[in-house]
Design a protein around this ligand. Structure first.
Ligand SMILES: [Zn+2]
Length: 412
């Protein structure tokens, strides 16, 4: 047991949730970009310290690691991401982003609430379970670089090594739906391409000087090469040029490639790289800035979690065949070999954040509900409860049950 005093008084789930709503509104209004999540990290660290959790900050950059030691039993790691996206929020929410050009457009603020809520409910019900919980708030998921940074900073050597690691992601499904599946993510790599040539007057420029045209060719090259290998990809951010009559000397493109297997992603990138010279720029270089394989979930663990979530959310609300092409570097927590040659077993699921009526109406009339990474992505506040319940019940199911009953009513 930790020497730190922990709150033990009765605080029913409803009270916990109302305090978590304040946390969500605050996090949503103050998003921070990948690797720069100082404020977000300190808010989360403080919320965990108040619970009596032993907290270490600045792990792998801005990462936060908390530990609840509660007797002998399995070690369960629960993880959320800290970062937001360079998106200018276009919702009319009263708690919309106050930071120009930055938005929690992927729902990581919601995952953080799930993380802190699970920590609080576990602390407040600690007489009913035994084991160790490692709480991880990870930076830089959107750039697929934060999980690697945490592991490199000793996540599995400085803190108890988890038996299982759990994470979840909000998706544009109805609130109350929990979506499992054998293939809820794809492998992905992000890259940066730098092109350069001699600048000149637009009146005398030939094809070799036309970097804007080269970027178009590069985009087509990435897309075609990817499609041929069963992958998808392209350029998604371009930076070049200054005015209407000077040809640009340099251009930078950011892009990504996704496929079921990371080996395919790597093969596509190698293929593209080998053809860069044919673009006709004076200089063309490509750098991979982050990559992660698909999340390889443990099937036995997942069948446990499907049972737990069915108990908590109800039959018919837990889908088991959900497919998505999103990527999450959570996968890396399960690819690292431990000293004994084993690997951490991963559990991962999605949960709905959209008002069920909005979702049904969109399905019926064929329209599109703003999804993750949209500047109008708007998870419902009612999905906070789903985030907390899905994570708490999943974590509880992997710890040792100390008593059958929970007299304080702190188990959701
Ligand atoms: Zn995202």
């Amino acid at each position: 047991m930790s020497a730190i005093e922990r709150p033990t008084g009765v605080r029913p789930v409803g009270v916990v949730l109302s305090l978590l709503e304040d946390l969500y509104l605050d996090l949503h209004a103050h998003p921070e970009l990948s690797g720069r999540e100082e404020r977000t990290a300190s808010v989360i660290a403080e919320r965990l310290r108040v619970l009596g959790v032993e907290v270490t900050a600045n792990v792998g950059g801005t990462g936060v690691v908390g530990v609840i030691e509660n007797g002998s039993g399995p070690t369960v790691m629960i993880r959320s991401e800290l970062d937001a996206l360079p998106v200018h929020e276009q919702t009319a929410l009263s708690y919309a982003s106050t930071v120009q050009g930055v938005m929690h457009a992927c729902g990581h603020d919601l995952h953080l609430v799930g993380l802190v809520g699970a920590a609080e409910l576990l602390v407040r019900s600690e007489r009913t379970w035994r084991g160790t919980v490692v709480i991880v708030a990870q930076p830089a998921e959107e750039t697929l670089s934060g999980a690697a940074a945490l592991l490199a900073d000793g996540l599995y050597t400085r803190w108890p090594v988890p038996d299982v690691a759990l994470a979840q992601h909000v998706v544009p499904l109805p609130v109350g739906v929990v979506a499992h599946g054998p293939s809820t993510t794809w492998s992905s790599a992000q890259f940066r391409a730098d092109l350069a040539t001699e600048p000149t007057h637009s009146a005398i420029s030939g094809p070799g000087f036309d970097l804007v045209g080269r970027l178009g060719l590069l985009d087509a090259l990435v897309r075609d090469t990817a499609v041929k290998q069963g992958a998808t990809g392209g350029l998604y951010a371009l930076h070049t040029g200054t005015c209407a009559n000077v040809t640009p000397a340099t251009a930078t493109a950011l892009g990504s490639v996704r496929a079921p297997a990371l080996a395919t992603v790597d093969a596509v990138l190698a293929d593209v790289r080998s053809q860069l010279a044919e673009l006709g720029a004076v200089r063309a270089e490509m750098t991979v800035t982050g990559s992660a394989p698909a999340v390889a979930v443990d099937s036995e663990l997942m069948s446990d979690l499907v049972s737990e979530h069915t108990r908590a959310f109800g039959r018919g609300r837990v889908w088991t065949d959900y497919i998505s092409y999103a990527a999450d570097d959570f996968s890396l927590y399960g690819t690292e070999f431990l000293p004994d040659g084993s690997r951490v077993r991963l559990g991962y699921w999605m949960f709905g954040g959209i008002d069920p009526r909005t979702w049904r109406a969109a399905r019926d009339d064929g329209s599109v509900v703003p999804a993750n990474h949209s500047d109008r992505f708007t998870p419902e506040l009612t999905s906070l409860r789903a985030a907390v319940v899905a994570m708490t019940t999943a974590a509880r199911s992997q710890l040792v049950s100390h008593r059958d009953a929970d007299p304080e009513g702190t188990t959701p």
